[in-house]
Design a protein around this ligand. Structure first.
Ligand code: HSE
Length: 412
């Protein structure tokens, strides 16, 4: 028997207990012995529910029990998750977590602590929920240098952008729908401002580089400024707006970014809709490999946590932790990265406005949604972010142009 403890009986924690119970026999066959949850730490008692007999309120009880070899942390947030995980690893217990905030902020330190204490720190569920992306990078795509990762790493925003695209709805309306479906939280900031995707991108970038990529260094822009009109332009151009997370190794260094992008049909990520997540990996030998699945939700996320518990149970005493070193990798400034943007121009004199655009950006094709609705858009030729932003600013001083209504990165 291998004993485990679960910290937090919320969505993910209850899913972990459920999977270990429902799939007990098949898991027993795979591990060679049964995995049993001995404790569930939670502030609540869950009176009358089967889990009640496992509930404890004092973490030290778990820490001091030598039977417990594996701890699944599913409390979320940094505190007290960080101190519990750190203490567990220091006492030689292995930990698995779905907590991307914890992994993005303290991953390197916790990996080191695990290794120093003969324990493992595993975090498959922290990126892409049920998608087995981390284990694939670390155990399957090991013959390759991974040169680029791009993905849709947030289900809530993908659901919202899909609704805006399919039903022509405005941002505020789809946010309400996402909240009523239970995807978006009452305070949706982490999802809609891209912070959740940013942390997941930091974890992926750290894994492919082997060094610590700080999430604070990753350029992050959410979907709060995306309007129905932006979506209409994207559609007219044959593309779809997606909140894309990217990390790429170049000859000059590594860059990483989270932002809305008008993806074109050639990009398989443009077909990933609703709450689904996907990760497109590019290796220098294997070429492109794509992963698709549910990035959130009780059982998909708990499935990834339990896969870590199983891995650990099969390898007790062995070092199976993968990750990255503590030394920080300075990533390239987004200003030096080449992009094209769809730029929306509001005019008071259309002819003059078009002349100014051609003079500043060259011979670009202009797209209009309707004749004479006071605006047009064009896609800028690929150039550095710095240059394109300078040119956008100079448009504002041109005769005939009253405003620049938006600029969204676009694949071409
Ligand atoms: N809020 C996240 C999402 C949950 O919408 O994808 C999983 O990290």
């Amino acid at each position: 028997m291998v004993y485990a403890a679960v910290l937090g009986y919320g969505t993910v924690g209850s899913g972990v207990v459920e999977i270990l119970e429902r799939n007990r026999e098949i898991i027993k066959k795979r591990v060679g012995e049964e995995i049993k949850v001995k404790y569930v730490l939670d502030l609540r008692d869950f009176e009358g529910q089967p889990v009640q007999e496992l509930i404890v309120h004092d973490f030290d009880l778990i820490l001091k029990d030598d039977d417990v070899k594996i701890i699944a942390e599913s409390m979320g947030g940094l505190n007290p998750a960080y101190s519990f995980v750190k203490k567990a690893l220091e006492s030689g217990k292995s930990v698995t977590t779905s907590n991307k905030e914890l992994v993005a902020a303290y991953g390197a330190e916790l990996i080191k602590t695990a290794k120093a204490n003969g324990a493992n720190f595993l975090f498959e569920a922290s990126v892409g929920g049920g998608i087995p992306i981390l284990r694939s990078l670390n155990q399957c795509l090991t013959a390759d240098e991974i040169t680029q990762i791009s993905g849709i790493l947030n289900g809530t925003t993908n659901y919202m952008l899909t609704k805006m695209t399919d039903e022509g709805l405005e941002y505020d309306d789809v946010l309400k729908q996402a909240q009523s479906m239970g995807y978006a939280e009452k305070d949706p900031t982490n999802d809609v401002e891209g912070y959740d995707s940013c942390r997941k991108t930091a974890i992926l970038a750290s894994i492919i580089t082997g060094k610590r990529v700080d999430y604070e260094d990753i350029y992050t822009e959410g979907i709060t400024n995306i309007s129905k009109t932006d979506i209409e332009y994207a559609k007219k151009l044959g593309g779809k707006i997606k909140l894309l997370a990217c990390a790429e190794k170049t000859d000059n260094g590594v860059w990483a970014r989270v932002c809305p992008v008008i993806t074109n049909k050639k990009n398989p990520l443009s077909t990933v809709d609703d709450v689904f997540n996907s990760v497109l990996v590019e290796g220098n030998m294997v070429d492109k490999v794509m992963f698709y699945g549910r990035g959130a939700g009780k059982l998909p996320t708990a499935s990834a946590v339990v896969s870590d518990i199983i891995d650990e149970a099969k390898n007790l005493g062995s070092d199976i932790t993968f990750g990255w070193q503590e030394d920080k990798l300075d990533i390239l400034s987004i200003d030096d990265i080449s992009v094209s943007k769809l730029i929306r121009v509001e005019y008071n004199d259309k002819a003059k406005a078009k002349d100014a655009v051609m003079r500043i950006f060259g011979d670009v094709a202009v797209t209009e949604l309707e004749e004479d609705n006071g605006e047009f858009a064009f896609i800028s030729p690929k150039q550095t972010e710095r240059n394109v932003n300078k040119k956008i600013n100079s448009l504002l001083n041109e005769d005939g142009i009253s405003n620049v209504l938006g600029a969204i990165r676009a694949e071409n």
